[in-house]
Design a protein. Structure first.
Length: 116
């Protein structure tokens, strides 16, 4: 059974930083790309960042390039996203995602609020 558990969200002031983590289980973690998505109130869920298996490549949404960094720790079955220079428009629920074949797997999400 695939499980993805996010942690690390919270309230941060504009310009601040947060590091989100996603602990994965139930599948051979190192063989799969992992992604972070986010969904703001009233908006569609959007892809934020993806890291390939073994971390060979990463991709980012234009809105977060240069501010966010995705990484993975395969021995610990964990994927992280370091978020710097946060803006109010980064406020959203952030979700960890693993696509296993045709099946999308999601965590429960963690709230990030950027506000003064």
């Amino acid at each position: 059974q695939v499980q993805l558990v996010e942690s690390g969200g919270g309230l941060v002031q504009p310009g601040g930083s947060l590091r989100l983590s996603c602990a994965a289980s139930g599948f051979f973690f190192s063989s799969y790309a992992m992604s972070w998505y986010r969904q703001a109130p009233g908006k569609e869920r959007e892809l934020v960042a993806t890291i390939s298996s073994a971390g060979r490549s990463t991709n980012y949404a234009d809105s977060v390039k240069g501010r966010f960094t995705i990484s993975r720790d395969d021995p610990k079955n964990t994927v992280h996203i370091q978020m710097n220079s946060l803006k109010p428009e980064d406020t959203a629920v952030y979700y960890c995602n693993a696509r296993l074949g045709a099946v999308e797997n999601w965590g429960q999400g963690t709230q990030v609020t950027v506000s003064s």
